[in-house]
Design a binder for this molecule. Sequence first.
Ligand code: NAI
Length: 296
Amino acid sequence: MRLYVIGAEGQVARSLREAATDAPGVVFGYGARPEVDLLQPDTLARAIDDFRPDIVINPAAYTAVDKAEAEPEQAFALNRDGARAAARIAAERGLPIIHLSTDYVFDGAKQGPYVESDAVAPQGVYGRSKLEGELAVAVANPRHIVLRTAWVYAPFGGNFVRTMLRLAAERDRLRVVDDQRGCPTYAPDIADAIIAVARRWADSGWSSQLAGVTHLAGPDALTWCGFAREIIAGSAARGGRSVPVDPISTADYPTPAARPANSQLSTVRLNSTFGVHLPPMTQSLANCLDRLLGNR
Ligand SMILES: NC(=O)C1=CN([C@@H]2O[C@H](COP(=O)(O)OP(=O)(O)OC[C@H]3O[C@@H](n4cnc5c(N)ncnc54)[C@H](O)[C@@H]3O)[C@@H](O)[C@H]2O)C=CC1
């Protein structure tokens, strides 16, 4: 099975690169800027023609949620138009595409986990651009799987876990939002899940039941404050500084982009359609902290 990944250094793309060393029977190709730039789709078309994959995977995105409010053109250029171009290039070559999207397509008003058929209502530019990307991918390529993930963290890249560890080293107390709830998702778990989804697809062949949106997120829902406390406790257990984490409200921490109060994702479809189950948050966070704090 040959998988072509757009991007190489993002949290998910780099995790796929790492997973490649432990994925028998899978040959990976990658395209990163400047050679492959989704804003110049010809570069992607050439790279795909060279590599000849069985499946294209698109984790590349404009992911700066707050900055997107000030530069919507850039967000839409990549998250909608770039996504459409990648799906079309795959479709023109008879290839399926696995595309990554976000929990921020929801408004957060629901009580409990969101399922794939729930109404979408993004609160900001980033969420709107990703939602329009989902729709554009579906129109451009009927053989698509959109995997909506959430609250992504990894031992590398810009993410909440690394920010909390840095702040804990600099400050005596942390104040973290306690009225937004979501599912932290470890990028290496996303990579394993993408490979499992691709294998399922390759082994049993395409069926239209696979198409559409599937939620791919960690099984545990927490608030940012709750997650921060887990991170600090895990860090302290590995010799890091232990600092108190005080709960604050979203109103106490205004940001340019509004975020959903609840974006917990149900993974029932991921489990039943693809047979994929992500590890518990405690296990994945421990793996991340072990890598970050040098315990392995
Ligand atoms: N980071 C998060 O918390 C969440 C991410 N997601 C989605 O998951 C996917 C993966 O996210 P991450 O790996 O965390 O993102 P990231 O921000 O770590 O990486 C983004 C990637 O996009 C690439 N990229 C940017 N502009 C490009 C261009 N013009 N051409 C080609 N590549 C370009 C970058 O080089 C980088 O590899 C994205 O679709 C994102 O929207 C969904 C929910 C939460």
